[in-house]
Design a protein around this ligand. Structure first.
Ligand code: RFL
Length: 388
């Protein structure tokens, strides 16, 4: 079994396959240090925590993860809080930075005897319709190589070799550019509020999410095409203060901004996710906008489903779960896409040629009011917000 990519999807899959006694190797384009320090997601759903706990992969998470159960909306009409850990399915998030989870998963994989080739880029996957698919690679010295396996799992993200190797016509891309960009910031600063903060402001959306006791992620909606370094640190903090209404609700604790990324909010769901002996999981299968923090959670859910299906096929000779893999994942993926899309509409005035229309602004105000006032809407929100 060959797995492309050592992100959350590839490493969870690799760990679960090793536990089932299935030999596998991971091919990873980046270096060991790079993947251990790539800061991205942080909010893990209860289901994700369950997958990791059931498989003994939660040592760091259970020791250092912080439970999070409240979000706060700040709007022109004031602010309100939702204790989503007590609503809907009554589940909290666990905040644990993705790069620490990746480091834990890597240590566990290597500790269990897993093989991983760093600095090895998969170039293409071949012969996926036959019994022995293969992967051509560029090794750390730049030399070509080839790996053969019974199955190949493409967990190599949205620009990986898995997606590139699909025959045009054999796959449908369901794409949507949501027309919104975020400037994603990581600040060496403690969280400024004890909740996830979503600010809806005439200047655009701003978000606040704790990552640890001394690191906070902030987001600022920006014009698509904005360069990550377009605003100075002072401008960033001033704009965060304005949109988060620091004058009314308390100051933000400032700190050095250590990472800036411009993220275009886009979706791209592939159908189907199985192509003979090539199986897609994680961002390779479906790209989702970060508006509802679903990407890493879906990646881990799909990795678990794929590990079960491959175990059934390779250990028990039962191919049926593998046949169902794509449909099962897509059910979860579309539900997450729908909720993320709803969140985008809640948090942003999506600009048309002449800006957001007054009609759309009224609709958004009404949606926020329902979330503030209606227990049924709050339960629905909580179930979808934490669920995958
Ligand atoms: P990854 O993590 O991108 O890992 C793919 C791995 O494959 C390697 N690779 C290759 N290896 C070999 N050959 C090739 N040709 C290769 N091409 C690529 C890469 O080096 C990499 O190591 O995909 P995976 O495993 O599917 O995991 C997906 C998640 O990383 C992603 O969905 C999340 O980070 C999205 N996301 C969030 N998700 C959440 O659930 N909660 C959050 O709070 C959250 N916040 C975020 C996010 C994504 C962000 N980005 C990417 C802009 C915040 C941000 C800023």
């Amino acid at each position: 079994m060959v797995i492309l990519g050592a992100g959350p999807a590839g490493l969870v899959l690799g760990n679960l396959l090793l536990r089932a006694g299935i030999d596998c190797a991971i091919l990873e384009r980046s270096g060991r240090d790079d993947i251990r320090h790539r800061q991205r997601a942080g909010f893990l759903a209860a289901h994700t925590v369950g997958v990791l706990a059931r498989n003994g992969l939660d040592e760091g998470l259970s020791r250092y993860g912080q439970e999070h159960r409240v979000c706060e909306f700040r709007t022109v009409d004031g602010r309100f809080r939702l204790d989503y850990g007590r609503l809907g399915a009554k589940e909290p998030h666990t905040v644990y930075p993705q790069h620490r989870l990746v480091a834990d998963l890597l240590d566990s994989f290597l500790g269990a005897g897993g093989r991983i080739r760093f600095d090895t880029e998969a170039l293409a996957v071949h012969d996926t319709d036959g019994p022995a698919p293969s992967v051509t690679v560029r090794d750390p010295d730049g030399h070509p190589g080839r790996w053969q396996a019974r199955y190949v799992a493409a967990c190599d993200g949205q620009h990986g070799a898995g997606r590139r190797s699909l025959r045009p016509g054999a796959v449908r891309h369901n794409r949507r550019d949501h027309g919104v960009s975020w400037l994603g910031l990581l600040a060496e600063a403690p969280p400024s509020l004890d909740a996830v903060g979503y600010a809806v402001h005439p200047h655009g959306f701003a978000g606040h999410m704790a990552r640890s006791t001394d690191i906070t992620r902030y987001y600022l909606q920006c014009t698509p095409g904005t360069r990550a370094d377009a605003w100075s640190d002072t401008c960033v903090w001033d704009e965060l203060d304005t949109r988060m209404r620091a004058a009314d609700y308390g100051p933000l604790t400032r700190g050095r901004i250590v990472q800036r990324t411009v993220v275009g909010l886009r979706s791209d769901v592939l159908e189907p996710l199985r192509h003979g002996r090539l199986l897609l999981a994680g961002d390779a299968a479906a790209l989702i906008s970060p508006s509802a923090a679903k990407g890493a959670n879906l990646a881990i859910l799909e990795a678990e489903l794929l590990a079960h299906a491959l175990t059934a096929a390779l250990v028990h000779g039962d191919a049926a779960p593998l046949d169902r893999y794509s449909d099962r994942c897509l059910t979860h993926i579309w539900r997450a896409q729908e909720f993320s899309h709803w969140m985008i509409g809640l948090l942003h005035a999506v600009p048309g040629a002449e800006g957001a229309s007054p009609f759309e602004e009224r609709m958004r105000g009404s949606r926020l009011a329902a979330l503030r006032d209606s227990p049924t809407t709050q339960d629905w929100f909580a179930e979808n917000y934490v669920g995958v």
